[in-house]
Ligand binder design. Structure first.
Ligand code: ADP
Length: 408
């Protein structure tokens, strides 16, 4: 029996965990050397004191409550599962601990045995591991960021490449169009120039023969033919010139204040000289302000083109009406109406296409470029063009240009 007590005493003294025995009221009754060392006390200083002297002050109240609860329902358990537990040394410094509790009864009453392990080193290691983990996480995040940065850079580079490929394709396309235009010009010019040049040649040689006074009428007739043939040639050349300028993007919209009634009347007068015999061109300003703010040169080209077509596609003695009006909002409306050959319904949807000519225009000279150019000019000055036409009755072209601030 004595041997057993000695062994138990040795066990208590040489245990590697701190062991403290306290009574039901929390008073310390026994403390082993390891616990003395852990807490920096002599056992005599602790015997009789409540266990709370070994706990940081901020936990005292809570600890007393827990201890009382535990005394009512005693069972062995780990203390504060999932919580960081701290103990307090004599010098009031703190250290992390892991504690398990056990109750036992003796003839002199009920006791609680606390096993205490100082986990400072473990905590340190945990922190080191946590720091290492954090560092790995950060490195991972950095790596992911770098990968996504690189991916983005790569995607951008691919985009830039695709863009420049598109640019090259566009430039090539433009180049191709210009080339087509040029070769089309050569074909059209050689074809379209032939008739007026032949007319000029025959009229000139005839004029040479009409040297009598009474041949005056015939001479005049041929002079007019020459004029009209030269006009025709000039028109073809102008169309090609305008188109290549448009293609090159060198035509800009330069609005300027313009008295629309004077401007339109001047063009009408100019075109009357090219009209067929008996054709009348009547211009009227129907109403609204006469001052607009529009690119004069572009508008002149538009109107000349439409009036020339009205003349060209109308027989002799027919009337051509040209009107302008400006609404209260300042929008300009121009209408050119003829009583000519009209446009077949089937051909109408294609009218503004480059080189397109309606079936019924085959015997009338033209390149099929004028309306295409007109549409582009109208768009350039921010307007809209539309038309209505009836075969053998006539056509009416309408242009609307939204108000542009006069700027002064
Ligand atoms: P072009 O007069 O040189 O043929 P345009 O581009 O000016 O070229 O006109 C295209 C086609 O539209 C003409 O060939 C003609 O068939 C038709 N057209 C244009 N204006 C009129 C009009 N006022 N009356 C009848 N047809 C027209």
């Amino acid at each position: 029996m004595i041997k057993e007590i000695e062994m138990l005493d040795a066990l208590f003294k040489h245990a590697t965990e701190g062991i403290i025995v306290s009574d039901k009221k929390g008073a310390i009754v026994m403390i082993n050397p390891i616990a003395e060392k852990l807490f920096g006390y002599n056992k005599d200083e602790l015997i009789g004191k409540t266990i709370e002297v070994l706990i940081p002050r901020r936990y005292t109240t809570k600890h007393i409550q827990n201890r009382e609860m535990h005394t009512k329902d005693p069972h062995p358990r780990a203390m504060g599962i999932g919580m960081d537990l701290f103990a307090m040394r004599k010098d009031e410094s703190e250290f992390p601990v892991e504690i398990s509790l056990s109750n036992f009864n003796t003839s002199s009453g009920e006791y609680i045995m606390s096993f205490i392990i100082d986990i400072t080193e473990r905590k340190k290691q945990e922190i080191t591991i946590k720091n290492a983990n954090d560092e790995i996480k950060n490195l991972n995040i950095e790596l992911e960021n770098r990968v996504s940065e690189r991916t983005e850079e790569l995607a951008n580079a691919i985009n830039r490449l695709a863009e420049s490929k598109q640019e090259v394709m566009r430039a090539l396309e433009k180049e191709k169009e210009l080339n087509e235009l040029k070769s089309r010009f050569v074909t059209t010019a050689s074809h379209e120039f032939r008739t007026p040049l032949a007319t000029i040649l025959s009229s000139v040689s005839l004029i040479g023969r009409y040297n009598l006074q009474e041949d005056e009428d015939k001479r005049l007739k041929h002079i007019n033919r020459i004029k009209s043939a030269v006009n025709n040639l000039t028109e073809i050349l102008n169309d090609f010139l305008s188109l290549s300028k448009l293609e090159e993007g060198i035509i800009r919209d330069n609005p300027e204040p313009l008295a629309i009634n004077i401007f339109a009347a001047e063009i009408t007068e100019e075109l009357k000289t090219t009209a067929r015999s008996g054709q009348k061109i009547i211009y009227k300003h129907l109403g609204g302000s006469k001052l607009v703010n529009i690119d004069k040169q572009l508008l002149k080209n538009i109107v000349i083109n439409l009036l020339s077509n009205a003349i060209k596609y109308s027989p002799e003695d027919k009337e051509i009406e040209f009107t302008s009006s400006v609404n209260p909002g300042g929008d300009l409306n121009l209408v050119i109406k003829d009583n000519g050959i009209g446009i077949p319904d089937d051909d109408q949807p294609l009218l503004f296409e480059r080189f397109f000519r309606a079936k019924n225009a085959a015997n009338i000279e033209g390149t099929g470029l004028g309306l295409n150019i007109v549409k582009k000019y109208v768009e350039l000055i921010g307007g809209e063009i539309s038309f209505v036409s009836k075969l053998n009755e006539g056509s009416q072209f309408t242009i609307n240009i939204q108000h542009k601030d006069i700027g002064y």
